[in-house]
Design a protein around this ligand. Sequence first.
Ligand code: ZN
Length: 203
Amino acid sequence: MKIFCIGRNYVDHAKELNNPVPSEPLVFMKPPTALVVNNKPFFYPDFTQDLHHEGEIVLRVCKNGRSVQPGFAHRYYDAVAFGIDFTARDVQERLKQKGQPWEIAKGFDGSAPLSKWVPLEELRDVKNIHFQLKKNGQVVQNGQTADLIFPFDALIVHISRYFTLQKGDMIFTGTPAGVGPVQIGDVLEGFIEDQLLLHCAVK
Ligand code: ZN
């Protein structure tokens, strides 16, 4: 099972971190040991002083495929979940300055809390999914997938040019604006279309 993640896939988020808007999807990966499921708590790592939340819609890959053509891309995912792409922003900044890969800033143990899956049939509009992240009861991130620079189908097409998609893979599709630090004691909650799906206590 592979966990793909997409960076800078919403214009407002690329701008808040002073990053250029990409001309093709920015892909990175997390290992399976990054996952935190069943609303288990997240333990703040000791190697960062600036851990950020990035609330994201996650796609579930339901079929094996490579070099998927655009007209068929929608057949390769069947559910979404709410995920957090936890990022050690201070570590990531150090690595970015040196032009080095950022795996340790984004792929560490526990860096990918994930909710249960919601089948696509249960969504009002698969092309415009509304989602929110609350921190301690306050909305900090508010997104809709109609604003994705590279929508779901484009991600399937792009990723499958380089990596064979396998059933069970997942794709963190990117975060909207509003990323920010979390502290021990914070509670994060992820919503898709007003449904509370993810509860993540930071310990
Ligand atoms: Zn992200």
